[in-house]
Ligand binder design. Structure first.
Ligand SMILES: Nc1ncnc2c1ncn2[C@@H]1O[C@H](COP(=O)(O)OP(=O)(O)OP(=O)(O)O)[C@@H](O)[C@H]1O
Ligand SMILES: [Mg+2]
Length: 467
């Protein structure tokens, strides 16, 4: 290396390490400055009146959602002796039906592309035969894909040999089946410990782990019972505990609650949501039940004839069905059970700082042609409502703004379901403030704007699912 090259090399290394040090100093400083700017704006009525942050959309959701734990691309599954012939037909534009009629082969999945984010409950739903179970089973290669790639936690599982696949299934995946799949001659404790036993864990260790999983799913006391002594809901809890015992990164659940009667099913859904909150596992949940999908899913993929026709959050799918097939699924759905206040909230018309005098507050209301204002402190935390008439009285009595503030106001959170909001709206006569967990005013719901959004669209006249 020449002298010049050596100098350049040294300089560029120095530059690199210097910029790292500068970043360490300036990044926190920049963040801090931004926070100061934001909080100093919060006290000024004009600034705070800018209202809520933009409604979340696909891109912001994606950012929040974190890393992709499962990434599927070009996934096709053909059941039959000559899958390549079927794939060629598909590539030339033949439908699943045409492939079946001309070759007798069944297209289970056709060119699926999907990502599942770490920690989410990802629901796969669709009519019977649409390919849900095939898709789920491809994820642990209980069904061998014909074409495409499935990358899970950085490994393309199609590249694994038998030994690698067995290890992968034991360590990365837990599966919960519709019919429980318990071993009848083993106690509940040994059923739950089964996966650990296969893994070669010592009896003491696996029993301790199984015991804590049994407690987690609320079955303490049933350790030495046999499956036949348990109800359907209890058996499914054992199924869950067994799947969780090996601490897998991903839980696969295929119609896990479909065999349960409605009330038990509902309570199992609640329990799954609780468990998910506690453990933050990634769950891929297959169901043909829309209510269940909407209740559980952070995101939902809707399948038809082996293809994914839409992926989105329940709200995205409800408010923007990608085609008539999806729309007809949604007909008759009570949107108020799915939509949240975040999608209905508007920018508050008048936001008044707590330190403002009643005369200025009155003028702010008057300028905006409003009779109600939202009072916040300097951190934009909501403190109450003022009405024009109350302000007038305070002014006449020479009292401060605080004398006119009504602090017993019903409020909601951005994720409060509209169903709950409606119950509040019928009991109140003012716009409802939407506050985050720190009581910061995020937006306001004006009663008139709610019903239009909640009423289902007339998408198909017949209301039938288009097949
Ligand atoms: N082992 C198999 N051999 C042949 N065809 C199969 C096989 N497994 C599934 N299929 C076909 O693949 C398609 C998708 O089936 P799959 O079981 O994935 O549907 P599903 O959406 O889970 O339905 P369901 O709600 O009834 O469980 C169907 O047409 C089915 O007949
Ligand atoms: Mg199925």
């Amino acid at each position: 290396m020449s002298y010049n090259d050596t100098v350049k090399d040294t300089l560029s290394r120095l530059e690199g390490s210097l910029s790292k040090h500068l970043d360490n100093i300036f990044l926190p400083l920049r963040t801090w400055t931004r926070e100061v700017q934001i909080s100093s704006c919060a006290g000024k009525p004009d600034e705070t009146a800018r209202g809520p942050p933009p409604a979340s959309d696909e891109s912001t959701h994606g950012e929040e959602a974190g890393r992709k734990i499962i990434s599927i691309s070009g996934l096709t599954k053909v059941f039959g002796p000559k899958p390549i012939t079927a794939i060629k037909m598909l590539e030339n534009g033949s439908s699943k039906k045409e492939v079946l009629e001309q070759t007798g082969m069944v297209v289970g999945l056709k060119n699926i592309a999907l990502d599942v984010h770490e920690g989410e409950i990802f629901v796969v739903m669709g009519l019977s035969g649409s390919g849900k179970s095939t898709l789920l089973r491809c994820l642990n290669r209980l069904v061998e894909p014909t074409q495409g790639s499935i990358v899970i936690n950085g490994t393309d599982i199609r590249d694994l040999d038998d030994k690698g696949l067995r290890k992968f299934r034991r360590t990365q995946m837990g599966m919960v089946f519709q019919n429980f799949g318990l071993l009848p001659h083993r106690t509940i404790l040994d059923n739950v410990a089964y996966g650990l036993e296969v893994r070669g864990a010592r009896a003491e260790e696996r029993h301790a782990r199984a015991q804590s999983m049994i407690e987690l799913v609320g079955l303490k006391g049933y350790e030495s019972a046999y499956p036949s002594a348990l109800s359907g809901g209890m058996k499914q809890r054992v199924g869950l505990a067994r799947a969780l015992a090996t601490d897998p990164a991903i839980l696969l659940m295929d119609e896990a609650f479909s065999a349960l009667d409605p009330l038990i099913r509902r309570s199992m859904q609640d329990e799954l949501i609780d468990l998910h909150d506690k453990l933050q596992k990634t769950i891929v949940f297959v169901t043909h039940d829309l209510d269940e999908a909407l209740r559980l899913g952070d995101r939902i993929a809707i399948m038809r004839d082996g293809e994914v026709v839409q992926v989105g959050t329940p709200e995205e799918i409800l408010s923007n069905p990608s085609n008539e097939y999806v729309a007809s699924f949604l007909n008759g759905i009570d949107r108020s059970k799915v939509m949240t206040c975040e999608s209905l909230m508007k920018r508050p018309e008048v936001v008044i700082s707590r330190k403002t005098g009643p005369r200025t507050a009155l003028k702010m209301l008057d300028d905006s042609d409003q009779v109600i204002g939202f009072v916040v402190d300097r951190d934009r935390r909501f403190t109450g409502l003022v009405k024009a008439e109350g302000l007038l009285k305070a002014l006449e009595a020479a009292k401060p703004l605080a004398a006119a503030v009504n602090t017993s106001v019903r409020t909601v959170k951005p994720d409060t379901k509209v169903e709950e909001l409606i119950a509040i709206l019928v009991e109140t006569d003012y716009p409802i403030p939407v506050l985050n967990d720190d009581s910061i005013l995020m937006g306001v719901i004006y009663p008139g704007s709610v019903m239009d959004k909640v009423r289902p669209d007339d998408v198909t006249a017949s209301g039938e699912v288009a097949l």
